[in-house]
Design a protein around this ligand. Structure first.
Ligand code: THU
Length: 131
């Protein structure tokens, strides 16, 4: 899978984020083991706490379509610094996509790449969730 294509897609997806309150746009592209690209962006609510992050939107879309084996997630946010996934997203990703690589890319192209296991060491796991 060509990374340039994923980055182009990320930028497109990020710019569609429904971030009316924070004005902080985030896009995510989850890559399945078959190189399918599942997109997500953050979706905010008038009841602020109900907001859903881009990463979980992409993960839930994929799982609900029967896709359950993943190799990477790419995340692009507004601003100069790459945006690491929040704690809630790290936990959901560890639950359903434990072996992925996480690539965080800022709007201007700065990037950081870490394994999810490095981002959430000593994580709580329940093997009942194994897919
Ligand atoms: N957000 C994400 O979508 N992903 C992250 O990794 C961090 C934060 C969203 C949630 C909210 O809509 C906005 O960014 C500001 O927190």
């Amino acid at each position: 899978m060509e990374e340039g294509k994923i980055i182009e897609l990320l930028r497109e997806v990020k710019n569609k984020a429904l971030a009316f309150y924070s004005d902080f746009h985030v896009g995510a592209v989850l890559v399945t083991d078959r190189n399918e690209l599942i997109t997500g962006f953050n979706i905010e609510s008038s009841s602020y706490g109900l907001t859903m992050c881009a990463e979980r939107v992409a993960l839930f879309k994929a799982l609900s379509e029967g896709k359950n084996s993943f190799k990477a997630i790419y995340i692009m946010s507004d601003g100069e610094d790459p945006c690491p996934p929040c704690g809630a997203c790290r936990q959901l990703l560890i639950d359903y996509a434990p072996d992925i690589m996480v690539k965080m890319i800022s709007e201007n192209g700065r990037s950081v790449e870490l394994s999810l296991k490095d981002l959430l060491p000593h994580a709580f796991r329940d093997k009942n969730l194994s897919l």
